[in-house]
Design a protein around this ligand. Structure first.
Ligand code: ATP
Ligand code: MG
Length: 370
């Protein structure tokens, strides 16, 4: 089972369960602010994703946690210990980067043993722990191979074993799966999550892939321009995004502009859309997940209290295998609604008037300035 842990939805500074804590952590390069006063409290054993577009400060944040990049301000603590000024080797953290940087001339086993050898651990214990770590990532049979004799996923798992074998208190992963093909990435996601749960290790996972963050993590920190946009469980950030940016970054959406009239309704080209958001009168936007929208062209769509309806004209249909996409013109805008394919469907022609409908509770609404 994923997400069985019920961590508080919002990390707060007073969270007594917090293990790894960032308080007002920032990083400036000249007058550029790469990370701006970041607050984050991560519970012991929690797997938290830093999710955001390229350049938003994910790697910088991770490297500050690791001690590889000095902070420009703020505090990083683990338990009661202030690590802000502690060098990387004093922090007890395991790291896995996008490029796994294995030693090419060493066997898999030697690669994994390296960190333990550096710590002058007795040979017998090293052998035992390397074996254990390789078994965990299911590479025990390949211990004597060299990195070039391994696939990308296998090399990735060596890197993971190498990080885990020293039993760090915190595991830091920076886009560890981005070099893998889609299928292998899926498998590795499950494996990393399983191992993380098995070991119970507190983990920060950097990714710009929302599926990865949603499917693997207890909580997600959505970042933008060096700032936190939202912290929450996968369900939180997907179902209750705090901003339009979060809504569009963690899932696909249709997006329409209109005018909020002050009592929960938003006028979109004459159709009135309701939402649970209490918006002040003025410019507003609504967003809906494409697969939550029903498209009707029979003129028989039922009117229900808890359903929003919008009239449009079908522009075109795209068949995408599992789903059919309906491109629908709403005034000057075009939105894409999506439905599963069922075989022998009678599809309407371009130019057909259609009605889009979706539940009021599936309507994400935002005022201007969000
Ligand atoms: N040494 C540096 N000197 C100046 N600017 C830097 C330095 N390192 C990073 N930056 C800038 O800081 C910002 C954040 O970089 P960072 O590597 O943290 O982004 P990221 O979120 O990891 O992006 P990506 O998804 O592309 O890896 C970027 O705009 C980057 O150009
Ligand atoms: Mg990065």
């Amino acid at each position: 089972m994923m997400h069985q842990k019920n961590f508080a939805a919002e990390a707060s500074q007073g969270d007594p369960d917090a293990y790894l804590r960032l308080e007002g952590v920032s990083k400036t390069y000249g007058d550029f602010e790469a990370v701006r006063s970041l607050d984050l409290a991560i519970g012991k054993g929690e797997l938290v994703a830093l999710l955001g577009p390229s350049g938003c400060g994910k790697t910088t944040t991770l490297r500050m946690i690791a001690g590889l990049v000095p902070t420009s301000g703020g505090r990083i603590t683990v338990g009661e210990t202030d690590l802000t000024a502690v060098p990387p080797h004093g922090r007890d953290m395991g790291l896995v980067f996008q490029s796994y940087a294995l030693f090419p001339h060493m066997t898999v086993a030697r690669n994994v043993a390296f960190g333990l050898e550096m710590r002058s651990i007795p040979r017998g214990e090293i052998d035992r722990r390397v074996k254990e770590a390789l078994a965990m990532v299911q590479l025990d049979k390949l211990a004597e191979r060299r990195p070039r004799e391994l696939s990308g996923g296998q090399q990735q798992r060596v890197a993971l074993a190498r990080a885990l074998v020293v039993k760090p208190s915190i595991l830091l992963l920076d886009e560890p799966l981005s070099n893998l093909d889609a299928k292998l990435r899926d498998e590795m996601r499950t494996q990393i999550r399983d191992i993380q749960q098995q070991v119970g290790i507190t983990t920060v996972f950097v990714t710009h892939d929302q599926v990865e963050a949603l499917s693997m993590c207890d909580r997600i920190v959505v970042m933008r321009n060096g700032r936190v946009e939202q912290i929450g469980t996968p369900v939180d950030v997907y179902e209750r995004p705090a901003t339009p940016f979060v809504a569009s970054f963690v899932g696909r959406t249709i997006r329409l502009s209109g005018t909020a009239n002050g009592d929960g309704a938003i006028d979109i080209g004459g159709d009135v859309i309701r939402s649970a958001a209490g918006l002040a009168p003025g410019p507003a936007e609504i967003m809906v997940r494409p697969h939550r929208i029903e498209v009707d062209w029979t003129g028989q769509a039922k009117t229900k209290d808890d359903v929003n309806r919008l009239s449009g004209v079908l522009c075109r249909i795209t068949f995408v295998g599992d789903v059919i996409q309906y491109h629908v013109g709403i005034g000057d805008a075009e939105v894409i609604a999506e439905a599963s394919t069922t075989g022998n469907q009678q599809l309407p022609a371009a130019g057909t008037p259609v009605t889009l409908s979706w539940r009021v509770e599936d309507t994400m609404a935002f005022g201007s300035g969000q």
